[in-house]
Design a binder for this molecule. Structure first.
Ligand SMILES: *Cc1c(COP(=O)(O)O)cnc(C)c1O
Length: 383
């Protein structure tokens, strides 16, 4: 199977600082909430939530992590070359039209695959029949997420077929919560009850060879009964609660700080409009600085005239429309601005005015989307 190497343009001027200490600290904090035997699955889909999949795996591969979870097969192929100890779980379920090559690659690289239909099993069993190849499978049980899980009734049959087939091994059984990040956990608790009832019916908890898992970050933090044999944490590993939390039982540190340079400083007279659409007209003589970052780099257009950035410890406003590759900040009140000076675009603190929560609020979105939008061409600098 072809291993698609990343041959991707990098922009050294746009710097995403990745703090290993924060990442490892978050891992330790999350593990401190779990029983000692609980396995840890680090979720690194979407380029490790925009932090850089290669950089994040390189930091975590020597840490106490048992699994890396990716969204797609191709991400798994990328990660295979980076690790030697952990297992990889591909969250995208196997479907009967997936190319045979992929199944064979999963067997060869011992990638753990998700299955949620009987058809998918028939397909895999047919492909591997007569060989001594074995595919590790995690069954995704639907408990209320309403996405790709298999209904509990059919899951019993799927598990039986996996067990009866010499080419498939039941490695895990899991479910996924729809609302564990919300204040009201009643729906999540009902999902947990459904999953527990299913587990009790099947006797799965007695099988030491099967990893039972359900908790995402929010459930890891707030629902200890959902930990089972393994937790799957994404957003919390990168330092964020799924949504801002007032009294968190564990302290998380943002892992990333995004910076970009000032490339031009100019004076704009009072009354002269700034950028596309002339959406901002200064009422005073203004010193403006151009930053070579825009919505194509993952800095949203809706931040125009709303967001702030940090120049040293001073806050500076984004004025006018954010363009595709450029934006303008008002540095009139900053005494010693210089060309090449780095501006903090996204701060690594929860309550910073240019932190991820604040930007998510401005964008009417969630911290996940702000982070994952940061373009892969941004240079990741690991500290
Ligand atoms: C993305 C994902 C996670 C991680 O969710 P976080 O809220 O980021 O911790 C866990 N499990 C599954 C199945 C996922 O798709």
């Amino acid at each position: 199977m072809k291993l698609y190497p990343l041959q991707q343009l990098t922009r050294p001027d746009l710097q995403s600082h990745i703090y290993s200490k924060a990442l490892l600290g978050n891992l330790a904090a999350l593990k401190s909430l779990c029983a000692p035997h609980t396995k840890f699955c680090a979720v690194i889909k979407a380029n490790a939530y925009g932090h850089g999949i290669t950089e994040v795996v390189n930091i975590l591969k020597d840490a106490d992590v048992d699994f890396f979870a990716v969204a797609s097969f191709y991400e798994a192929l990328h990660v295979v070359g980076l690790i030697d100890r952990q297992s990889i779980l591909i969250l995208e379920p196997i479907v009967p039209h997936c190319p045979p090559d992929r199944i064979f690659a999963c067997v060869n690289h011992r990638l753990h695959c998700v299955m949620a239909t009987l058809h998918a099993h028939e397909y895999v069993a047919g492909l591997l029949d007569g060989s001594d190849n074995i595919l590790d499978i995690h069954v995704n049980v639907e408990s209320g997420m309403g996405r790709c899980g298999i209904d509990p009734d059919c899951a019993v049959e799927l598990i039986k077929r996996i067990d009866d087939c010499p080419n498939t091994r039941l490695a895990g059984v899991y479910t996924h919560f729809a609302t564990a990040d919300e204040e009201d956990l009643s729906y999540a608790r009902r999902q947990l009850d459904t999953f527990n009832a299913f587990l009790a019916d099947t006797g799965l908890p007695d099988r030491t060879d099967v990893i039972i898992h359900s908790a995402n970050s929010a459930a890891t933090i707030k629902m200890p009964r959902a930990h089972f044999d393994m937790v799957r944490c994404g957003i919390s590993l990168y330092g964020y609660y799924s949504r801002p939390m007032t009294d968190p039982p564990v302290t998380l540190q943002p892992v990333m700080k995004l910076q970009a340079p000032i490339v031009q400083i100019k004076h704009i007279g009072a009354g002269c409009p700034v950028s596309y659409g002339c959406s901002f007209t200064p009422t005073r003589n203004t010193t403006a600085a151009i930053v070579p970052l825009g919505y194509a780099d993952g800095y949203w257009r809706c931040f125009s005239n709303k967001a702030v950035m940090k120049l040293g410890e001073r806050l500076v406003g984004v004025i006018g429309r954010v363009c595709m590759d450029q934006l303008i900040i008002d540095v009139t009140d900053v005494p010693d601005v210089s060309l090449g000076q780095m501006v903090t675009v996204i701060d690594n603190s929860h309550d910073s005015p240019c932190g991820v929560y604040k930007l998510a609020e401005l964008a009417d979105s969630i911290c996940y989307e702000i982070l994952t939008c940061i373009h892969a061409h941004v240079n990741r600098i690991v500290h």
